[in-house]
Design a protein around this ligand. Structure first.
Ligand SMILES: NC(=O)c1ccc[n+]([C@@H]2O[C@H](COP(=O)([O-])OP(=O)(O)OC[C@H]3O[C@@H](n4cnc5c(N)ncnc54)[C@H](O)[C@@H]3O)[C@@H](O)[C@H]2O)c1
Length: 389
């Protein structure tokens, strides 16, 4: 009798920063442990891929507590020892941005495959250096592109691929919500995000996301104009202590895209939400328009477009909300972080090219730096193609 049990390939993954907000919730619990607890996932050739995490951090007690809570056998505060051990094939990084490049350099030198949160480094120069190092070492790398995996954006991709929009003219993005100052209610995001000296700022945080969203859905970004602001100069940290905000907490950007579409995206931690979701994109095309969020997507084709007439003397009788149609889900969407992890692991096991690599990460940082420069100088900044050595 032939053995029909599928081959199982267990991959050891160093999870550095697994106690942080993103590291714990999205990467450890929702992705890696979800895969482990389901006994792995299947590749098209029937191979089962499963994962074994090694928690790495600076606080052994915290790591022990997480390990015990989730039945994880391996944790350590010694990154160098972890990198030296061939049992751990992938180095994954969820550290604060400031600490990332140093750790990734070490992991590349140790020959590990890299998977990392964005931004890949604190500067464009450093993110290009990492991409070059990985290329020279022949090391595979993946950079988180989670927003592309949001159900709403996957529906948007489907609309684009179906030709629904005709020629896309413009994209308006609204991202943000009120992040509490921290005095009378604790802030719901870590305080380092509001200090430029600690790697904070909404441009460095969000523009890498906008870069991959724009280039993968609408066209490469050719230029950017940005006006940013520190709207709230005073905030209070995790201990309730006052600090001066030194990083911008809102950025208003205009992006010219290859192919001619214009995108405008507001990113703000100082706005109160009056939309259906925390991020929404309104896309206008010659044949139809769509409004998509994290989950939802609504459309209005040109043959169902109402014909408003501007007349301030008459009350408008059109119920605009009612003129939009919901796009059905039609698919089962996994948690976006997990879906990307699975695609990356599949690409790693099968040895195929992975598009969201450190060069893609460097392009994200390029847009962030161009946004910062535009805000500083007041000029529109052109983005040139990055060439690796
Ligand atoms: N993809 C996304 O949607 C998304 C969302 C938020 C944050 N991020 C990115 O994820 C990363 C982590 O953000 P977070 O919100 O989870 O932050 P966090 O502060 O909650 O976690 C950061 C982790 O880094 C560790 N750390 C802090 N300083 C360190 C140092 N000097 N050396 C080594 N380790 C250190 C902490 O112990 C913690 O484990 C950032 O780069 C951020 O830009 C991505």
């Amino acid at each position: 009798m032939t053995d029909t049990t599928p081959a199982v390939r267990e991959i050891g993954i160093i999870m550095n920063g697994a106690s942080g907000r993103m590291g714990y919730r999205q990467h450890l619990v929702r992705s890696i442990l979800a895969i482990r607890d389901e006994g792995g996932f299947e590749l098209s050739d029937g191979t089962k891929v499963t994962v074994r995490p090694l928690l790495v951090g600076r606080n052994a007690e915290k790591l022990a507590e997480i390990a015990a809570r989730h039945g994880i056998e391996d944790y350590t505060t010694d990154l160098d020892a972890a990198l030296a051990d061939p049992k751990w094939e992938i180095y994954a990084d969820f550290l604060v941005t400031k600490a990332r490049a140093t750790a990734i350099r070490k992991a590349i030198a140790a020959g590990k495959t890299i998977y990392t949160e964005k931004p890949t480094a604190e500067s464009l120069e450093e993110s290009i250096e990492l991409a070059n190092l990985a290329k020279k070492a022949g090391v595979k790398a993946g950079v988180v592109h989670d927003k592309l995996y949001l159900p709403g954006l996957q529906k948007l991709k489907r609309l684009i691929d179906s030709g629904f929009f005709g020629r896309i003219l413009s994209v308006r993005g609204e991202f943000g919500y009120w992040v509490f100052e921290g005095d009378w209610q604790p802030a719901q995001r870590p305080s380092w995000n509001y200090r430029v000296e600690d790697g904070g700022g909404i441009i460095v945080d969000m523009f890498p996301h906008w870069n991959y969203v724009l280039e993968n859905l609408f066209g490469k970004v050719n230029s950017v104009y940005t006006q940013a602001s520190i709207h709230l100069p005073d905030r209070w940290d995790e201990k309730g202590e006052h600090y001066d905000t030194t990083a911008e907490d809102a950025a208003y950007g205009v992006f010219e895209l290859e192919g001619g579409a214009i995108a405008q995206i507001n990113s703000s931690w100082t706005t109160r939400v009056n939309r259906d979701e925390l991020v929404e994109f309104h896309v206008d095309g010659t044949h139809g328009s769509a409004v998509v969020g994290l989950f939802g997507a609504r459309i209005q084709p040109r043959n169902a477009t109402p014909k408003p007439v501007w007349n301030p003397d008459l009350e408008d009788t059109i119920d605009y909300d009612a003129t939009w149609q919901q796009v059905p889900t039609n698919d089962v969407f996994l948690n976006g972080f997990r879906q990307q992890w699975q695609e990356f692991l599949e690409s790693y096991v099968t040895g195929t090219d992975y598009p969201f690599d450190l060069l893609a990460g460097a392009r994200g940082m390029q847009l962030a730096e161009a946004g910062l420069e535009s805000n500083r100088t007041g000029a529109k900044v052109t983005l040139n193609e990055i060439e690796l050595d």
